[in-house]
Write a protein that binds this ligand. Structure first.
Ligand SMILES: [Zn+2]
Length: 62
């Protein structure tokens, strides 16, 4: 399995990195602050995108 180009995370997947995620439809109308280990929420109802992309990584906590 190749993960190196996998930058889009679908709803229900485990969040790999804490940060602010934005939907990938290009309209910037949905974003979510997610915590590593949680699951991504559903996309906005009017979103035509396919998943979430990391917009701003949270500051590492250590
Ligand atoms: Zn969207």
């Amino acid at each position: 399995m190749s993960d190196e180009s996998d930058s889009v995370h679908r709803p229900g997947e485990i969040v790999p990195e804490s940060g602010i995620y934005e939907c990938d439809c290009g309209q910037s109308h949905g974003y979510s602050t997610d915590v590593k280990g949680h699951r991504f929420p559903p996309l906005p109802g009017d979103c035509t995108g396919g998943g979430w992309t990391l917009k701003t990584a949270a500051h590492p906590g250590d």
